[in-house]
Design a protein around this ligand. Structure first.
Ligand code: ADP
Length: 475
């Protein structure tokens, strides 16, 4: 019994031991599992912390992107505005180019007309030369006839004497013949006289023809000169237009903006130069054809001259030249065409500037001389050699180019000035010393008009533009 009990107890103890072992093993496994769990929990906590940081980073990046997007939107608007501006500028340039092309066409027509006029003159000269040749032949023919008639008269005298000697009855007849002979002699004398007259007329014609040839030669030279003067600014304008279209083609208008502004200035300057030239040619032709008219009104000449000097002061200053206005008068009302007075003075002042140096001085004076007003423009520039003084007022004449620094110009300015002054009943003269300077003096009658002319001012440009045109051939 004890044994059995003991066995049972042992058995139970064994089972409990086994049970305990099991539980211990489970407890150990549970501990391992717990550690594993604790490790996993820590990992998850770390991951969660990382995620929070990553989230914050993302939120920050999102804000950055929103700011960048706002900036891009502003930049896009700016770009759209700039594109609009460029399109406007391109349209403006296209219009300006068309305008230029039109003006160039107009000027080319004018040059062609001048060329045709010159051919006409050459043709007329040829005609006159032929006429002179015909006259020479006619005179020779007349001289020959006179000789024949003189021989005939001599024969008649001999025959008459013979008849008188042979037949007294025929004395009456002889007397008649003598009278007829005298008549013939008289006629011969008349014819000789006529031949002499014809000879003089012929000589005059030859001289006139020579003068015409000289004039035609001067005009030919003028045309060569003028076509050079016309071509120079035209070439600049044409080359600039080509450059602009190159800029358009290469889409570089914006980046070339500075040079475009510079070239536009040169376009203007050369257009003014062309205008001056054409104005001078047209006015010269008008004067020649008798169509040039003065628009007289009673004006204070002192004010007219002073205004012109004031208006060029900025320009002369920019050249380092000092221009001074002086007068012994407060006011002097005379009949004048102020637009033409401007023209005269601007021509004289522009020459004075052209032939002066930096630091030189130009003096413009108005003086009362009783019957006329004296306006003078004096410079201390290069001056003019004595032998050239008489010819500078002749049309197309320039002082020897080797002596004058400025090779531009056509020699039209002073001849035009002289014509306008003389048309106003005045006169112009020059005093000059080579190397010392020149003084041009214009005298205009001091009279007034009862009826002022109210003709419209033919010049549509502003006064400032007129000055730019007149001074356009000074660099
Ligand atoms: P251009 O158009 O050639 O200037 P102008 O008729 O105005 O023609 O002048 C004729 C010439 O007279 C000039 O080319 C120059 O040689 C001379 N001349 C005119 N004014 C002056 C001056 N103030 N000083 C020196 N030379 C002058």
């Amino acid at each position: 019994m004890n044994d059995i009990f003991y066995k049972q107890v042992t058995e139970q103890l064994k089972m409990r031991l086994k049970d305990n072992e099991e539980k211990e093993k489970q407890a150990e496994e549970l501990m391992i599992a717990n550690k594993e769990l604790a490790f996993q929990n820590k990992e998850k906590a770390d991951r969660a912390a990382e995620l929070i940081i990553a989230n914050k980073e993302l939120a920050f990046q999102n804000e950055e992107k929103a700011d960048r997007a706002a900036e891009l939107s502003i930049a896009n608007k700016e770009l759209a505005f700039q594109s609009g501006e460029k399109a406007d500028r391109a349209a403006e340039l296209i219009i300006a180019n068309k305008e230029l092309a039109f003006q160039i066409g107009e000027k080319a027509d004018m040059a062609t007309e001048l060329f045709i006029a010159n051919k006409e003159i050459a043709f007329q000269s040829e005609e006159k030369a032929e006429r002179a040749a015909e006259l020479i032949v006619a005179i020779k023919e007349l001289a020959f006839q006179s000789g024949e008639k003189a021989d005939r008269a001599a024969e008649l005298i001999v025959a008459n004497k013979e008849i008188a000697f042979q037949n007294e009855e025929k004395a009456d007849r002889a007397a008649e013949l003598i009278i007829a002979n005298k008549e013939l002699a008289f006629q011969n004398q008349e014819k000789a006289h006529r031949a002499a007259e014809l000879n003089i007329a012929n000589k005059k014609l030859i001289i006139a023809n020579k003068e015409l040839t000289v004039a035609s030669k001067a005009q030919g030279e003028f045309l060569v000169n003028i076509s050079h003067e016309l071509k120079t600014p035209l070439n600049v304008i044409f080359a600039t237009a080509q450059l602009f279209s190159m800029y358009c083609d290469s889409d570089s208008l914006d980046e070339k903006k500075d040079s475009i502004v510079k070239y536009t200035e040169s376009l203007k300057q050369n257009s003014y130069r062309l205008s001056k030239l054409i104005n001078n040619i047209v006015d010269t032709s008008k004067i020649e054809a008798g169509f040039f008219e003065l628009n007289l009104s009673n004006r204070n000449i002192v004010e007219v001259v002073e205004d012109i000097v004031t208006s060029v002061t900025a320009f002369t200053e920019s050249k380092g030249i000092n221009i001074i206005f002086d007068t012994d008068l407060e006011e002097k009302i005379i009949a004048c065409d102020s637009e033409k007075i401007d023209r005269i003075l601007l021509n004289l002042i522009s020459n004075a500037i052209k032939f002066s140096d930096e630091g030189d001085e130009i003096l413009v004076e108005v003086k009362d001389k009783g019957e006329f007003v004296e306006i003078s423009v004096k410079d201390n520039g290069i001056g003019i050699e004595k032998k050239y003084l008489n010819m500078i007022f002749d049309r197309f004449k320039q002082v020897d180019k080797s002596l004058s620094r400025n090779t531009e110009g056509t020699g039209v300015g002073l001849s035009l000035v002289k014509s306008i002054v003389e048309l106003s009943g005045g006169s112009i003269n020059v005093e000059s010393k080579l190397g010392k300077g020149s003084k041009f003096t214009v005298r205009i009658p001091s009279k007034t008009v009862l009826k002022e002319n109210t003709l419209y001012n033919s010049n549509v440009k502003s006064e400032n533009e007129n000055i730019q045109v007149e001074l356009s051939d000074i660099y």
